[in-house]
Ligand binder design. Structure first.
Ligand code: MRU
Length: 357
């Protein structure tokens, strides 16, 4: 039997364990998370990462909080939830999942059943994580159909950025899930994996997952995209998303927008795959998406948790963790509810079910 990558989030007999993704690929180690504070810190410091997974972890953080109380007051629960939401600002999944947890608590209180929250919130967190598999599979199938229309069934050369597999999504993955699905149909010739500076999600995590799947791939520096596209060596670019605005503008890992501009220039199709929990229909465009600025040492130093300083003493760095790809550069967005092609507000609202009545 094929052995997939280890699960990033495990709830086992009342305990939350997170795979420490900062140590991958060489060390596979789980950390036990005991409190909501530890959960907040694990999300912020990227023990766990990837938009869907930080959303699920947020829900399990609420489970930890609820299980640690003798009695629950709705207002205290909401304050705890707000604290967790602040751990990372760009991926809307964290807020979306936590807001669903708040709604669950409010509904229980209204019907006088708030004491059922410990059981209900755990069941909800587990259900949300489990449903990712079917959702991701449906977008993978739709992506495969789209590529078949363009290229028939010939094996494809695909480029991906950051990490959008099991490690980021809990199950299967979004862009990487589609690549894995296509590989299962013998429709992948080669995957180009952007190393994804500065955190190296590509060379550390995506490569780790592709090796588990036995998928032929090469790690490349981000700057190589133009060379590969100009040389006709990429059939399509597949990426994930951290937040998608109503008009289709998409926030994703820094470097995504540059890739999209180059792909547009060379006429290479550029696709975004993301669950509807990554859509933020409350905002009109990418202008309104908050961009996380991370510590400058992630750039000035190299080598993850045992980092060595590379830049000279006294040098500074600017480290925005995400960028915005405007909708005009995106060939299509795929979610579990369908495909958004061309990418515009009307189509996006129709597919996601967010259209105004
Ligand atoms: O900073 P990270 O590693 O959490 O960023 C992750 C990404 O940007 C992913 O591409 C995105 O979350 C999509 S994951 C399906």
């Amino acid at each position: 039997m094929k052995k997939g990558p280890p699960y990033p989030i495990c709830w086992n007999k009342g305990h939350l364990w997170l795979l420490d993704q900062r140590l991958l690929p060489h060390i596979v180690k789980y950390r036990q998370i005991r409190t909501i504070k530890e959960c907040h810190e694990a999300i912020k410091s990227m023990v766990v990462r990837g938009a869907p997974c930080i959303g699920f972890t947020g829900l399990f953080g609420l489970v930890l909080w609820v299980h640690s109380r003798r009695s629950i007051l709705l207002d205290d629960f909401i304050s705890a939830a707000r604290f967790l939401k602040e751990a990372r600002p760009t991926a809307v999944n964290l807020a979306t999942e936590i807001d669903s947890g708040i709604l669950l608590a409010r509904n229980l209180e209204q019907s006088g059943r708030l004491r059922e929250l410990p059981r209900k919130i755990l069941a909800f967190a587990q259900m949300r994580m489990d449903s990712a598999e079917a959702d991701n599979l449906s977008m993978a199938k739709a992506m495969a159909d789209e590529l078949k229309k363009k290229y028939g069934t010939r094996p494809l050369r695909l480029l991906t950025h950051c990490n959008t597999g099991v490690l980021a999504c809990g199950k299967l993955g979004t862009a990487l899930g589609a690549i894995s699905f296509l590989h299962g149909k013998k429709r992948v010739e080669r995957v180009w994996v952007d190393e994804t500076r500065p955190y190296l999600q590509g060379s550390r995590l995506t490569s780790f997952e592709l090796l588990h799947e036995g998928i032929r791939h090469d790690i490349v520096v981000e700057g190589v995209a133009s060379h590969l596209m100009r040389s006709g060596m990429i059939d399509a670019v597949l990426v994930g998303a951290d937040r998608i605005a109503r008009n289709g503008d998409t926030a994703n890992k820094i470097g995504t927008a540059t890739l999209a501009v180059v792909a547009f220039h060379y006429g290479v199709p550029f696709y975004v795959l993301a669950p509807t929990s990554s859509f933020d229909l409350s905002i009109a465009s990418g202008e309104d998406i908050p961009i996380e600025i991370r510590d400058e040492n992630e750039i000035l130093c190299y080598g993850g948790v045992n980092a060595k300083r590379i830049a000279p003493k006294g040098a500074h760095a600017f480290n925005p963790s995400f960028d915005i790809t405007t909708h005009d550069l995106i060939t299509g967005i795929f979610c579990e509810k369908g495909s958004i092609t061309p990418v515009n507000e009307k189509k996006l609202l129709r597919v996601t079910g967010g259209e105004k009545k």
